[in-house]
Design a binder for this molecule. Structure first.
Ligand code: GUN
Ligand code: FE
Length: 424
């Protein structure tokens, strides 16, 4: 059966401009978009019409880098840079998830918040704890949101209450891969070495083996902070660059890898990321919160890299992709005041919106657009009062800049209406 969602439809099939249809229809069959049309096509005259006239219908947001257990930490410790911030705040927070009851409580708040802000698909780090990670996966399965989630691997350079042996880490990962297949069939597992400094060579090799055997995706951190990059160089003096450490140990599978931050990439690393079809998760807000740097996003896009926008909560303080889109645009403008970058064109709104919808969504398949064959992942955004007569594009712009979760009336994932989770 075909369902016709009626409203002001706007999306970005390409980064250069919005495709907008005022008072139009998105036709959906079996959870997938059939087409977008200005009027109801004759052959679909008997389609069920879901009338959201006067509302925007936009693709759902996709966040390719977020730390679920760090949600309670959001907004703390930003007078520190990455490495002291991890020591002083992050590891202490994550250690508390050894208790599955803590995980149950705080992961519910996390999942509910992502639902509220319209982040329908995401790639999340959990903690190294198996039971708690499984709880997060089960909550996501129940919620109707469709993320991929990884148990974090860390067997060195970590505090005594947040570390595992190499064997525990590998055994735990494999166990969770197997258990989640049946317990949470709609939630993908993603292999998640925290970052190079916290994983031994033996652990990386073992994880690389699991990636091959189960054909799994990988997520990690890359070139975020200059002290971190220098640390990796000291740990692996025989490997020319940070990215090549992941490559060496089988942790950069083709078209299945997400690398967060990527601020300090060398030319060699850019070539490798392009060759492997890596998704760069650009976390502009986090990069300013932790004084990490500003990614030269224009150059990465021009080079042909796939760049998505991500929140990195709690390196970033705000999970809402509205804020993260704005931050990415603002950071790209700030970049042009840096010597040597004066002529880099800042991100436009359609580009940044594309990065937060279709570019990130492509990690999950045909997600993040309303082109034919795409999964119908959508947000219905309420019209608010306006003094000027605004176009659909301008209304979206206003929602991105000053709107919030209260403006989101409905969320659909693959054609299914997703209600607020955990209400029963
Ligand atoms: N690098 C290693 N761990 C982390 C983390 O938790 N957050 C961020 N932003 N970077 C990291
Ligand atoms: Fe991160």
């Amino acid at each position: 059966m075909v369902i016709a969602y009626k409203g002001d439809v706007i999306y970005t099939p390409t980064p250069d401009r919005f495709e907008a249809v005022e008072d139009g229809y998105v036709l959906v069959e079996g959870g997938k978009v059939v087409c977008v049309a200005g009027s109801l096509p004759r052959e679909y005259a008997d389609a069920e019409v879901i009338d959201r006239s006067g509302h925007l219908i936009i693709p759902g947001f996709n966040d390719l880098h977020i730390h679920a257990p760090q949600y309670p930490l959001a907004g703390l410790g930003f007078d520190y840079e990455l490495l002291p911030w991890l020591e002083k705040y992050t590891f202490r927070t994550e250690a508390k998830y050894a208790d599955p009851d803590v995980a149950d409580h705080w992961y519910r708040l996390f999942v509910t918040r992502l639902w509220q802000v319209g982040t329908l698909r995401f790639s999340a780090f959990a903690t190294l704890h198996n039971e708690s990670t499984l709880r997060l996966m089960q909550q996501c399965q129940e919620s109707g949101l469709r993320p991929v989630i990884g148990k974090v691997n860390m067997d060195r350079n970590s505090p005594s209450d947040l570390v595992e042996t190499t064997e525990e880490s590998l055994r735990g990962t494999q166990e969770l891969i197997e258990r989640s297949k049946t317990l949470t069939p709609d939630i993908g597992f993603i292999v998640t070495p925290r970052f190079v400094p916290s994983t031994t060579v033996e652990l990386m090799e073992g994880l690389g083996e699991l990636v091959r055997r189960y054909r799994l995706p990988v997520q990690s951190h890359l070139d975020e902070n200059r002290n971190e990059v220098e640390w990796v160089r000291q740990l692996h003096p025989d490997i020319p660059t940070y990215a090549q450490v992941y490559e060496r140990y089988g942790l950069m599978p083709e078209n299945r890898t997400i690398m967060a931050h990527c601020i300090w990439l060398t030319e060699r690393e850019k070539a490798l990321l392009k060759d492997r079809g890596v998704w760069l998760a650009h976390c502009a807000q986090s990069n300013l919160d932790l004084t990490s740097g500003i990614m030269p996003v224009r150059r990465n896009l021009d080079y042909g890299l796939t760049v998505s926008i991500a929140s990195d909560v709690a390196g970033g303080h705000e999970p809402s992709m509205n804020h993260n889109i704005v931050m990415a645009i603002e950071a790209s403008k700030a970049k042009t005041f840096e010597p040597g970058f004066e002529h880099d064109k800042p991100l436009t709104l359609p580009e940044a919106f594309h990065m937060a919808t279709k570019a990130g969504g492509s990690f999950f398949g045909k997600v993040g657009s309303f082109e034919p064959g795409y999964e119908f992942d959508a947000l219905v955004v309420r019209e608010s009062e306006s003094l000027l007569d605004l176009s659909v594009e301008e209304r979206l712009e206003r929602f991105i800049y000053v709107g919030d979760d209260r403006d989101i009336a409905e969320r659909y994932v693959a054609g299914r209406l997703v209600d607020k989770p955990f209400q029963r």
